[in-house]
Design a protein around this ligand. Structure first.
Ligand code: SF4
Length: 441
């Protein structure tokens, strides 16, 4: 029996897709391309309107391409709207909908046999162990040398615009032993970069009574070898400053922080239920940059939240100027049912939200380019990821580039470089958002 998985959404969902592949492989299924597959699995995203549409369009497209193939809709969209989709999305053979992804084999088998799949909402204890056992051996969908390590599931922050707690539930942190076990296995498999992820890794362990991210990093720091650890998605309210000392002493922990600030205007942040303001955020950035002068900061801004005014935008631009972020992702507000913001008044028209997003992005492009200039003339470790066909060029990343979202390192090399390996290189010029690298012998 062959399957093909089509992953959508965030990197947390990517780890779920990889884990489902591990379960299917264990049950004798074989991963192939769509043409040879008996079952196509669309691992969907249900976060915001555009993402939902993208996942449903994927099911439609696969159905059009393969009228007789079995299609399973898995992932957040299927978890959030299982019943509705069973009634409305006939193009999907089975709506998986289980929070317990270890059942994917059952859903795929039901699709193949034409049986109705009875999905279960239970997250049984047994499956957590099964998932823990599957994680270290799972196929990796990232570029060579890199892997995402999901250290927690769910979120307790309840930001007013966010549907994640509705889909993924409250915070559940994995054990430090299990995570270090997975990291050890991945490093043995030749992985060079471990990206620690969760909805908010700053709150890791808070469901057990306290912030444990510093303890987790201290445990990972005992592992031997030359590798990177990248921290992604720390809610600024929960930034565990204790990690800064550890990161000063162990350079394998990259001075890279993804801190989603979401906005800079106090009134907007208050209505978003973010509890801090631009002054707090600037103080945090000063603290981080004092401890780690090379620190690279990525953030996210959400534009068009209900009630956002031009005065709020001025506050945001002022914060954007003062925070001098290295990388910034901008999104427009998506009204999501059952979220606290859904019933808020003074909604901002989409065209105004999009215009504000464009203004922020144009301003950020200049800031990012100026920020990247500081690396010119310096030598760094570079993770080699791709060969550019027909050219003596490779693509890779420095510590200042997170996978998939930031610029790249463009490496000029006549010598053959190994994908997923580190080389030492010197930055000789910035080209747009990329840095051009000459390998050092
Ligand atoms: S921190 Fe806020 S935005 Fe992020 S997943 Fe949690 S509730 Fe959603």
């Amino acid at each position: 029996m062959n399957y093909f998985i089509d992953p959508f959404g965030c990197v947390k969902n990517q780890v779920d897709a990889e884990t489902m592949m591990a379960f299917l492989n264990k049950e004798g299924w074989v991963s192939t391309d769509a043409e040879q597959a008996d079952v196509i699995i669309v691992n969907s995203c249900g976060f915001i309107e555009s993402a939902k549409r993208e996942s449903i369009n994927a099911v439609m497209a696969w159905r059009a391409a393969y009228p007789h193939k079995k299609i399973v809709l898995a992932g957040c969209l299927s978890q959030r709207y299982a019943t509705e989709l069973e009634e409305s999305l006939a193009e999907a053979t089975v709506i998986f909908g289980d929070k317990d992804i270890s059942n994917i084999g059952g859903a795929a088998a039901a699709a193949l046999s034409g049986e109705r799949y009875a999905h279960s909402d239970a997250t049984g204890a047994c499956s957590v162990d099964d998932i823990e056992n599957a994680l270290p051996e799972r196929p990796l969908l990232s570029l060579p040398g890199s892997a995402y390590v999901k250290i927690s599931e769910g979120c307790d922050n309840h930001c007013a615009f966010c549907s994640i707690p509705l889909i993924r539930g409250g915070l559940r942190s994995r054990t430090i032993t299990a995570i270090v076990g997975e990291c050890t296995a991945l490093l043995k498999r030749g992985v060079k970069e471990l990206c620690l992820i969760g909805q908010d890794i700053g709150s890791f362990g808070m469901d057990r009574g306290g912030q444990e991210l510093p303890d987790l990093l201290a445990s990972i720091s005992t592992l031997p070898g030359d590798f990177w650890v990248r921290l992604l998605y720390i809610h600024p309210n929960h930034f565990p400053t204790r990690i800064l000392d550890l990161m000063q002493n162990d350079k394998r922990f990259l001075s890279y922080f993804d801190l989603p600030f979401q906005h800079g205007a106090a009134a907007v942040l208050k209505r978003m239920n973010r509890q801090q303001n631009a002054k707090d955020y600037l103080a945090l950035l000063d603290r981080i940059r004092a401890a780690l002068p090379d620190a690279v900061i990525r953030s996210t801004f959400l534009l068009g939240f209900p009630g956002e005014t031009e005065k709020d935008m001025d506050e945001l631009f002022d914060f954007q100027e003062k925070s001098s972020l290295d990388w910034l992702g901008c999104f427009t507000y998506s009204r999501e049912e059952n979220t606290p913001a859904y019933s808020m008044k003074n909604r901002v028209p989409k065209r105004i939200a999009l215009a504000r997003k464009q203004q922020v992005e144009e301003k950020q492009a200049a800031i990012t380019k100026q920020r990247m200039e500081r690396f010119i003339g310096r030598a760094f470790d570079v993770l080699v990821e791709e060969k550019i066909q027909g050219e003596a060029l490779y693509l890779g990343r420095l510590f200042c580039h997170a996978p998939e979202v930031d610029g790249s390192a463009v490496i000029s090399s006549d010598a053959v470089l190994e994908m997923g390996s580190f080389i030492r290189g010197k930055v000789f010029v910035r080209a747009g958002f990329d840095l051009e690298i000459a390998p050092l012998r």
